[in-house]
Design a protein around this ligand. Structure first.
Ligand code: FAD
Length: 375
C-alpha cells in the first residue's frame, strides 16, 4: 500500500521522549510536524534514566543509539543484592543492537533530551515552548487545534504525547485515572563509584535501593519507600531523609549513602501508573507514551515504550491510506505489549511492598523477554 497521501501535517503535544521520537519518525516520512511543549527549552524533568535494550534498539532505528551511548554510560548487567548485602542474582541482558555494543545505557535526562531534540530539529520539526493545546475539534478527517497563544492549526493528525498527566486525553474525551501504589521513589545524583559498571539493585527490609551509572563521572541512586502516604517534604529535609533511609541497607549502600550530598541533588516522587483502557485513538487523534500507558519505574521500560510508539506510529501511517486506519493499526500493534508491561510493573510493586523480592525477579525477567521481542 502507498500509505497516507493527504496533506501530511501534524501537531504533537509534548516534547518529551514520546513526542520528540514520534516527531522525528514522522518528519522523516515527509510529515510537517509542529510540537506544542508546555515547558521551557532544556527542561527535562528528573535526573536520569536507564535506556534498556529495547530503548536502544528503537533509538538505533532512528540512528541515535550511538549518540545516546556516547552521551551516557553503556552497560550490560543488573546485579540484585539481597537484604543481607549478598549478591542474589545477576541478570545479563541480551545485546539487542549488536554483540559489540552494550545491552543498555544510563543517561542523564537532559543529555537524552538534547539528542532527541537535535534530531527532531534536524528533520525540520518546529518545537514551540511555553505552548499548550486549549481546544480540539474534529471534522471531515481534519483536526482543528486551538493553541494557548490564541492561534489555531488545522492538521491531518494530532498526537497527545504530554505525559502521565496529559491534558490532551481530556480534550479528546478519554477518561483515565492515575493509580498510587503506596510507594514514593527517591532519586539523587552522586559521583559514580569505580565498581559501579552496571546497575545494582539492593533489596532492603522496608524498600529497594539501587545505583545506575549515567556517565564516567556520574550515577544516580534510587530508593523506593514502601507503605507510605503520598506526601511532600520540605526541600532541605530531602538529603538527610534519604541518607537515613539508605542507612537501613547493608553492604555497598553504606558507601553510596556517603555520596548523597545536598538536597538540591535529591528528588522524591510518588510511584504512579496509568493505563488508558480501550482504544487510544479518536478519529485523526491519538495518545502515545506515558499519556496512554505509564508503567511503574521498576521495569525501566517507560521510555522504551514511548520511543517504540513513535516508530510504530510512523510505520503504520506509512502503510495505511487514511490516518484513521493507520491509528487503528498502531493501537492494535501496541496495546497488548503496553498493557502487559504496566500490569506486570504494578505486580512487581505489590511484591516489593510485601517484601517478596525473590518472587519479583521472574516477573522482571519475563518483562525483559517480552520487551526483547520486536515492537
Ligand atoms: C522516577 C521515574 C524513573 C523512571 N526511570 C525510567 C528508566 O530508568 N527507564 C525508562 O525507560 N523509563 C523510566 N521512567 C519512565 C519514563 O520517564 C517515561 O516513561 C517517559 O519519560 C515517558 O515519556 P513521555 O514523552 O510519554 O512523557 P514525558 O517524558 O513525561 O514528557 C511529556 C512532555 O509533555 C509536556 N507536557 C505536559 N503537559 C503538557 C501540556 N498540557 N501541553 C504541552 N506539553 C505538555 C511535558 O513538559 C513533557 O515535556 C521513569 C519514570 C519515573 C517517574
Amino acid at each position: 500500500m502507498d500509505g497516507y497521501r493527504g496533506a501530511r501535517t501534524a501537531v504533537i503535544v509534548g516534547a518529551g521522549v514520546a513526542g520528540l521520537t514520534a516527531a522525528a519518525a514522522l518528519a522523516r516520512d515527509g510529515w510537517q510536524v509542529e510540537i506544542a511543549e508546555a515547558g521551557p527549552p532544556e527542561a527535562a524533568a528528573g535526573w536520569g534514566l536507564c535506556l534498556s535494550g529495547p530503548s536502544l534498539r528503537a533509538l538505533d532505528e532512528l540512528g541515535l543509539a550511538d549518540a545516546c551511548l556516547a552521551a551516557g554510560y553503556g552497560m550490560s548487567t543488573i546485579t540484585h543484592v539481597d537484604a543481607g548485602g549478598k549478591p542474589a542474582d545477576e541478570v545479563r541482558l541480551p545485546r539487542l543492537i549488536a554483540a559489540r555494543r552494550p545491552s543498555m545505557a544510563g543517561i542523564a535526562r537532559p543529555a537524552l533530551h538534547r539528542v532527541l531534540h537535535a534530531e527532531a530539529e534536524r528533520c525540520g520539526v518546529v518545537v514551540r515552548h511555553g505552548m499548550t493545546v486549549a481546544a480540539v475539534d474534529q471534522e471531515g478527517g481534519q483536526v482543528r487545534v486551538q493553541l494557548s497563544d490564541g492561534t489555531a492549526r488545522t492538521v491531518a493528525l494530532l498526537v497527545g504525547a504530554d505525559g502521565i498527566r496529559s491534558s490532551t486525553r481530556g480534550l479528546l474525551g478519554f477518561e483515565a485515572t492515575l493509580d498510587f501504589h503506596g510507594q514514593m521513589v527517591w532519586r539523587a545524583l552522586v559521583p559514580r563509584p569505580a565498581w559501579a559498571t552496571g546497575i545494582h539493585q539492593f533489596a532492603g527490609k522496608a524498600g529497594t535501593a539501587g545505583l545506575v551509572p549515567l556517565s564516567d563521572g556520574q550515577a544516580y541512586v534510587f530508593l523506593t519507600e514502601n507503605g507510605v502516604e503520598r506526601s511532600s517534604l520540605p526541600g532541605a529535609a530531602l538529603a538527610p531523609r534519604l541518607r537515613q533511609l539508605l542507612g537501613a541497607f547493608p553492604g555497598r549502600v553504606e558507601e553510596i549513602r556517603s555520596l548523597v550530598s545536598g538536597s538540591e541533588s535529591v528528588v522524591r516522587r510518588p510511584v504512579l501508573t496509568m493505563l488508558l483502557e480501550g482504544a487510544w485513538n479518536r478519529g485523526s487523534a491519538v495518545i502515545v507514551g506515558d499519556a496512554a500507558h505509564a508503567p511503574a519505574p521498576q521495569m525501566a521500560s517507560g521510555a522504551a515504550l514511548a520511543i517504540e510508539d513513535g516508530l510504530v506510529l510512523a510505520a503504520e501511517l506509512r502503510r495505511h491510506e487514511s490516518v484513521g486506519a493507520g491509528l487503528e493499526a498502531f493501537v492494535g500493534r501496541r496495546a497488548q505489549r503496553c498493557r502487559t508491561l504496566v500490569q506486570t510493573s504494578v505486580a512487581i510493586v505489590g511484591l516489593e511492598q510485601a517484601r517478596r523480592h525473590h518472587e519479583a525477579y521472574p516477573l522482571v525477567d519475563s518483562c525483559h523477554r517480552l520487551m526483547a521481542e520486536p515492537a
